[in-house]
Design a protein around this ligand. Structure first.
Ligand code: ATP
Ligand code: LTN
Length: 328
């Protein structure tokens, strides 16, 4: 039997090159080797306020993006989290075996809480438990994500092990898959921060739906380091980041890239990188637009159906293990 993958992206904000290079790209590469489930995690998105109409539109847009980047619905299951009620149900059960202190330690929570002060919702605090439910429901072996999700994966593993120990073997304990290159694409306007959907400074991220002029402008204004040489040097994070994007989009080796830019300036790197990105985005955007509404409806309905059948099986086992029985 094939091993399983599960991963997800939130349908909030504008999906960017970091999401693609850190996560989506690897989903596409791994989907033939694994039985794959790709979720649009709208219940995670509502941990911060969302406009309902926009959330609905973004959910469908993200499904189009999954297809356009190369997720093949013939081999992979694409579905919307809120279509499968067991995500919220299992999250509740897992809440009851999670300690407050474990969630207080999560760096993503600490960061978001710092930004929102008193108004931090319980949902943000509980976010990692819902994520654990997403993964454990499908008995996933592998979870392809960017570097920022590593800590959440650790918690997922801890919760799976705890449940298995206390209630009997139930969940498969998943491993993260974090790519060796591209797991943490940095913001173009501040190379000490990751490229992020929720960054107020929109210039930091290249959106997958950005038009050519926007792409050129964002790269042109990207922060650089002092120095002149164009080399992969960790001590110069801004240039390292631009070169990493170039490497992943062209498939060239680091040696080839350094030789190509030898003796050239930052402006040249930025303009070539902009063109490479535009050429990558052009066909992608065409494919996004080409997905029809009916096609999308059918696909998400089929995806939800397939996801439900597996989620229901796991959740039935959980209830049995915990003594959650009612009328017979
Ligand atoms: P936010 O910054 O608002 O939390 P996000 O950009 O991290 O949002 P998510 O939906 O939370 O978007 O992440 C989707 C996937 O993209 C995750 O696997 C995450 O690890 C990955 N990812 C996000 N940002 C980056 C980045 N800068 N570099 C590489 N991978 C990333
Ligand atoms: N927390 C993730 C999104 C996410 C996820 C998941 C990723 C929610 N559920 C399950 C992998 C598996 C993020 O990228 N911020």
């Amino acid at each position: 039997m094939k091993k399983r993958i599960l991963s997800g992206v939130q349908p909030s904000g504008n999906i960017h090159l970091g999401n693609y290079l850190g996560a989506l790209r690897n989903w596409v590469a791994l989907q033939h080797e694994y039985e794959s489930f790709f979720c649009i995690v709208n219940l995670h998105a509502i941990t911060v306020p969302q406009d309902p109409a926009e959330l609905a539109a973004k959910t469908r847009e993200l499904a189009r993006i999954y297809l356009a980047v190369g997720i093949d619905p013939k081999v992979s299951t694409i579905f919307v989290q809120s279509d499968v009620s067991q995500h919220a149900e299992l999250a509740w059960v897992l809440n009851c075996i999670t300690r407050m202190s474990e969630l207080e330690r999560m760096t993503q929570f600490k960061e978001k809480a710092r930004r929102q002060r008193e108004n931090v919702g319980v949902g943000i605090f509980d976010y990692p438990v819902l994520m654990a439910a997403d993964i454990l429901l499908y008995q996933a072996d592998l979870v392809p994500v960017g570097e920022d999700q590593k800590q959440h994966l650790e918690l997922t593993r801890d919760l799976a092990e705890r449940f298995n120990r206390d209630y009997g073997e139930t969940f498969r304990v998943p491993e993260p898959f974090i790519p060796p290159v591209g797991a943490r694409i940095m913001s173009l306007s501040d190379p000490t921060k990751k490229m992020s959907k929720s960054d107020e400074d929109e210039r930091g991220a290249i959106g997958l739906l950005d038009d050519p002029d926007t792409v050129r402008n964002k790269f042109r204004r990207a922060v650089t380091d002092s120095g002149m040489e164009i080399r992969f040097d960790q001590r110069r994070p801004a240039i390292h980041n631009l070169l990493t994007i170039y490497q992943l989009l062209t498939g060239q080796t680091r040696e080839e890239i350094e030789a190509h830019f030898s003796g050239r300036g930052y402006a040249q790197l930025k303009s070539e990188l902009a063109e490479v990105t535009i050429e990558f985005l052009r066909p992608l955007q065409e494919r996004i637009r080409a997905v029809g509404d009916d096609e999308l409806n059918r696909l998400l309905a089929e995806g939800a159906e397939r996801a439900r059948s597996i989620a229901a099986e796991t959740y039935r086992l959980v209830k049995e293990r915990m003594g959650l029985v009612g009328a017979r």
